[in-house]
Design a protein around this ligand. Sequence first.
Ligand SMILES: C[S@@+](CC[C@H](N)C(=O)[O-])C[C@H]1O[C@@H](n2cnc3c(N)ncnc32)[C@H](O)[C@@H]1O
Length: 324
Amino acid sequence: MPDDRDEPAPAHPDVPPDAWAGVHRGPLRAGEWVRLTDQKGRRHNFELVPGKRFFSNRGHLDHDELIGREEGFTVSSSAGGEYLVFRPLLSEFVVSMPRGAAVVYPKDAAQIVAMADIFPGADVVEAGVGSGALTCSLLRAVGPLGTVTSYERRAEFADVARGNVTQFFAGHDDRTHPAWRLRLGDLAEELPASGARADRVILDMLAPWECLDAVGGALRAGGIVCAYVATTTQLSRFVESVRLHGGFTEPQAWESLVRDWHVEGLAVRPGHAMIGHTAFLVTARRMAPGERPPTKKRRPAPGAYGPDYQGPRPPGVPEEPAPE
Ligand SMILES: C[S@@+](CC[C@H](N)C(=O)[O-])C[C@H]1O[C@@H](n2cnc3c(N)ncnc32)[C@H](O)[C@@H]1O
């Protein structure tokens, strides 16, 4: 590992695995979250609090009936409803936790971890932290010897994220993930000011192109920038800005669509619910200082940068005259 970190890599031999995995074993404890699934598949997520009651349309359940038991059991409510009880998985926690801003959905977090190549020990920078959903996946992937530095310019979202990330990794006490650094401020200003270097930078915000100079300055050669954008106009602007910057490889853009399947006897068919468009992903790699990617041999599609095109113009693409 390179040793140009702004702070030394955290070494935490004394931190037990549940503090950096977010997976807790043994009997359910007060302060942990549980996920109850009823007989119709409806889910209820809540924190276990001694003396508290969970109410549903099938009566009630005392939290004390759940505390102290091994997860993975069925419990009956006062009016005979049956509930399956487990601790929530990471993918379940992030879609049920309190939200400030919209979260990165688990299908996209999985793509980001795989395609932005988040590895154990990596130095990852992200912005904005929003509700902290992606942060949890990044922290899990870098492990206790990596770093995840999360920038957020709105204090109220940073507070929501701090609560969620601490809840997920600590579960039943106040420890949070040892690799996490939460920074209040705009990445475009704060990252250059920190002098920090990064292996990967993940941008989930309205205007990621505004952060490209800061990202280019922080990324180590070969590092990856990954943007998560909701609309085609953002996608176009980010991709063209990466080309214009010149210090990155040709950006790759894609989206993922996930379809569930119903499998029951002879009835094997696509499910009715499909997670369709959530957002687009873009990745590009940082060239070494002073290096440029090869000049493209293929010409842009006819009209791609015609007179109606208003966005950033890649180097070497001349403006086309408007038709007479
Ligand atoms: C969609 S949310 C991020 C959600 C987050 N990735 C998650 O999974 O929970 C976008 C956040 O980016 C923050 N933001 C926008 N531009 C920023 C910037 N330049 N620096 C830091 N935070 C920024 C916003 O305040 C907002 O909280």
